[in-house]
Ligand binder design. Structure first.
Ligand SMILES: Cc1cc2nc3c(=O)[nH]c(=O)nc-3n(C[C@H](O)[C@H](O)[C@H](O)COP(=O)(O)O)c2cc1C
Length: 182
């Protein structure tokens, strides 16, 4: 049976390149993986005071992550780090204390940028909380999608066969990684 993979996109904007890349990944995955989007844009900012009556969006999000076999992060870089919305989602999923939705789930990171550096800073900053959240992150291959505007057509699909081939191999390696770590 295919592994159920929760996909989190770090950008909230309509027309997001990262969202387009994530949508492409859904179609590039082979039968070993079923990629499922988990939305983060409606999550109230994490505040422990709200745990007595958690917002419905937190509960929905925690449930959707908890039932996944693995997590795939697709994120842009904001000021050389991850967007605040994605950090908030990590925090929301990590609580209440002792009931983290993330613990033990294998993860992979795809970072996306219109610039040349492929959001390297975001990719590596994201790995820091994932250590504490006890998520074994695939180390190789790494995925830094640079100059993303040149890789997507008007319809939001990749126009470049090399990119598709690389990301298919990335997803196949992730399936192997999930199998090893679960
Ligand atoms: C607040 C902010 C900070 C940004 N900082 C960076 C950065 O550090 N590195 C980078 O490559 N791009 C940076 N950008 C540009 C984003 O890469 C670009 O807006 C990209 O399209 C965002 O991803 P998205 O298309 O998925 O929304 C920044 C954009 C914003 C809005």
């Amino acid at each position: 049976m295919a592994y159920d993979v929760a996909v989190l996109v770090g950008s909230l904007r309509k027309g997001s390149f990262s969202r387009a890349v994530a949508d492409n990944l859904v179609t590039l995955a082979d039968a070993a993986l079923k990629l499922r989007m988990v939305e983060i844009g409606d999550l109230p900012l994490y505040n422990p005071d709200l745990e007595d009556a958690p917002p419905a969006a937190w509960t929905r999000f925690r449930d959707e992550v908890a039932r996944a076999d693995a997590v795939l992060f697709v994120t842009p870089e904001y000021n050389r780090s991850i967007p605040g919305a994605l950090k908030n989602a990590l925090d929301v999923g990590s609580r209440p204390y002792g009931k983290s939705a993330w613990a033990g789930k294998p993860a992979a990171v795809v970072s996306v940028s219109p610039g040349l550096l492929g959001a390297f800073g975001a990719n590596h900053h994201l790995r820091q909380p994932l250590v504490f959240l006890d998520m074994p992150v695939m180390q190789q291959p790494e995925a830094y999608v640079s100059k993303v505007g040149d890789l997507l057509g008007q319809d939001g699909k990749f126009i470049n066969e090399d990119t598709k081939t690389f990301l298919k191999a990335f997803l196949a390696a992730f399936a192997t990684w999930i199998g090893k770590t679960k």
